[in-house]
Ligand binder design. Structure first.
Ligand code: MF3
Ligand code: CO
Ligand code: CO
Length: 254
């Protein structure tokens, strides 16, 4: 799991400099596809329940599962989520980030910043004997304090030998309720946060999920391991690794 998750994070680090005004999303897909194969892995989304491409690319009002297309050209001011899942040595690693394209308006930057914080508030709840409801409660508390809504129709998930496993990790709910977390479990936390209402619509392509009211939506995703002391984030990017964000065993021993 550590190796798969690290490769998924490395893929996002690799693609970030290519996310620029004028690039089309098929090009970003193709670069990621090559990078993943060159590192001995397979992109998990390709042909997954019929998904036609290797990564999901979701700009602006697209919540998730956007299909990369030559005709979708990114422009300055866009926000865009790239969701990478790789299958390496029998295990899946899943992570996504929302990037800024060129110069982005402050209201859009704020949505992306708060969404990133929402993911971390959720991650900070992870510990053995905790409940999955603790995660969603922490996420909604922060999102609602900024008058944003939390998407309920899509959720995080257990992950390992299969792409999507139990339990469902919903991003709303009540602390102290839901599935119990146990050391050794691996699952994703991947809140989707909307400026407007939480409702979604699926486009005629059967994949692309957009906000019902066409408001902006952002998302971040990490794959998490439940440890004896709390959590280990398996999909940290280079910048996050430099910040030493994972709890260490020394805090447990002291
Ligand atoms: N990577 C997405 C997730 O976080 C799932 C994509 S499914 C696909 O769970 F079929 F659209 F690729
Ligand atoms: Co996921
Ligand atoms: Co994902």
């Amino acid at each position: 799991m550590r190796a798969s998750c690290r490769l998924a994070a490395d893929t996002l680090d690799y693609i970030e400099p290519f996310v620029q005004p004028g690039v089309n999303t098929l090009k970003l897909n193709d670069l990621c596809h090559k990078f993943i194969l060159e590192h001995g892995a397979i992109p998990s989304p390709l042909n997954y329940h019929g998904f036609p491409k290797s990564i999901c690319i979701s700009p602006n009002q697209v919540i998730c599962h956007g299909i990369p297309k030559r005709k979708v050209v990114l422009k300055s001011g866009d926000i865009v989520n790239l969701d990478v899942t790789v299958f390496l040595n029998g295990f899946h690693g899943d992570t996504n980030r929302t990037f800024f394209v060129g110069e982005v308006a402050s209201h859009a930057k704020k949505l992306v910043d708060v969404t990133y914080q929402c993911m971390w508030r959720g991650i900070e709840q992870v510990r053995p004997s905790g409940r999955i409801g603790d995660i969603g409660a922490a996420i909604t508390l922060l999102a609602h304090s900024h008058n944003y809504s939390v998407v309920e129709d899509y959720c995080g998930h257990g992950i390992g030998r299969e792409f999507h496993e139990d339990p469902q990790v919903v991003h709303f709910g009540q602390a102290g309720t839901g599935h119990e977390m146990k050391a050794g479990m691996t699952f994703t936390i991947e809140p989707m946060i909307n400026v407007g209402k939480k409702e979604c619509k699926v486009l005629k392509d059967k994949w692309t999920v957009e906000t019902y009211d066409n408001s902006l939506s952002a998302q971040f995703e990490h794959t998490i391991l439940v440890t004896d002391v709390g959590y280990e984030v398996l999909t940290l990017g280079t910048r996050e690794r430099e910040l030493n964000v994972n709890p260490t065993t020394s805090s447990h021993l002291s």
